[in-house]
Design a protein around this ligand. Structure first.
Ligand code: PBG
Length: 328
């Protein structure tokens, strides 16, 4: 039997060579940012149970890790300090310590590899005895917006002074980008970038991250400041605000259940768009892979490529060591 079938999409799939030639999106090391967890001490590697294969590292080991990532072609790391409970208080005071764990580690990296970009998170939770991203009103439990802005601005300034290249406000307070931008500019840090966590949703995918930093809220949840996951128009409002307030890069978080939001963001801004492939997304793949139910590396590659297809210019992910061997 012979059919006159002029259009045969399978011709463009017939072997790997043609598939690579027509490929629309590719994942490379240029797209990836490595989040890393930092702990006090020396020669310490403390595994995170809910993130198999991922550990909190002491300064010396973290520096070693950053050197290896640099050699593998990674150009940016995002640092998260896991602090002892004794260093946490209501006002996140430790975040302003110029000799704190984070600040010293930033200096280590900058001395060793000046061109490695360092991103730092701005939110109160790793430093807060309340485990919230903002200041908690003791009487009402309300997260106080404008009072928090002063704390966040001081935190951002302190990180910039330590050598951070990219400030990443992840707190979702209103007006934080403007407050931080003005503070940085007033102090001469007009070249420090801001990557705004623009559309950050109140998500159950953050569980393992909160295990890693022991930073879960002590009471309530984050729904009065992080976005409601039923919504996407609200993300566009946030885009407009962060653009007006001076953000350099916009982010969507989490990633894999929010590919529509990434696409929407890409279409509604001329700024670069980042996606955060969060801890819970990592944990799900690792858990299934440990049981032999999924090929973890291949699923990770597929997930990360889907971020690119949706429009992300860069991706924060814990999968770097799993996927890098497959990348150009
Ligand atoms: C802190 C912060 C969180 C994450 C990044 N920065 C947790 C949260 O908002 O509760 C989550 C990252 C992840 O799950 O990988 N504000």
């Amino acid at each position: 039997m012979s059919y006159l079938n002029l259009k045969r999409p399978r011709r463009n799939r017939k072997n790997d060579s043609i598939r690579s030639l027509i490929r629309e999106n590719s994942l490379t090391t240029n797209d990836l940012i490595a989040p890393l967890f930092l702990i006090d001490g020396k020669d310490k590697r403390v595994p995170i149970e809910s993130m198999p294969g991922f550990s909190r590292l002491s300064r010396d080991l973290l520096l070693k890790e950053v050197r290896e990532l640099w050699q593998m072609g990674i150009k940016c790391v995002s640092l998260f300090p896991a602090l002892d409970e004794s260093l946490k208080d209501k006002f996140a005071t430790e975040s302003k310590n110029p000799n704190g764990l984070l600040q010293q580690t930033i200096k280590d990296i900058k001395n060793a590899i000046p061109d490695m970009l360092i991103m730092t998170d701005v939110a109160m939770d790793p430093y807060s005895s309340d485990g919230h991203d903002g200041l908690v009103d003791d009487k009402t439990g309300e997260i106080l917006n404008d009072e928090t802005l002063d704390i966040l601005s001081a935190m951002a300034l302190n990180q910039a002074q330590a050598g951070s290249d990219i400030i990443g406000p992840s707190d979702m307070m209103d007006g934080r980008i403007r407050a931080i931008r003005e503070t940085l500019d007033n102090e001469g840090f007009h070249n420090t970038l801001i990557m705004a966590y623009t559309a950050k949703y109140a998500s159950y995918f953050y569980g393992p991250f909160r295990d890693a930093l022991d930073s879960a809220p002590k009471s309530g949840d984050k729904k009065t400041y992080q976005m409601d996951y039923h919504n996407v128009k609200e993300a566009i409002r946030e885009i407009k605000l962060d653009e007006e307030e001076g953000a350099d890069i916009l982010m969507v978080k989490p990633g894999i259940s929010y590919l529509d939001v990434i696409k929407e963001m890409k279409e509604n801004t001329t700024l670069p768009v980042a996606a955060y492939n969060v801890s819970g997304e990592y944990a799900m793949v690792k858990a299934a892979s440990e049981r032999g139910w999924l090929d973890g590396d291949m699923v990770a590659l597929e997930m990360l490529t889907s971020f690119k297809r949706a429009g992300a210019d860069m991706i924060l992910t814990y999968f770097i060591r799993d996927v890098i061997k497959y990348l150009a």
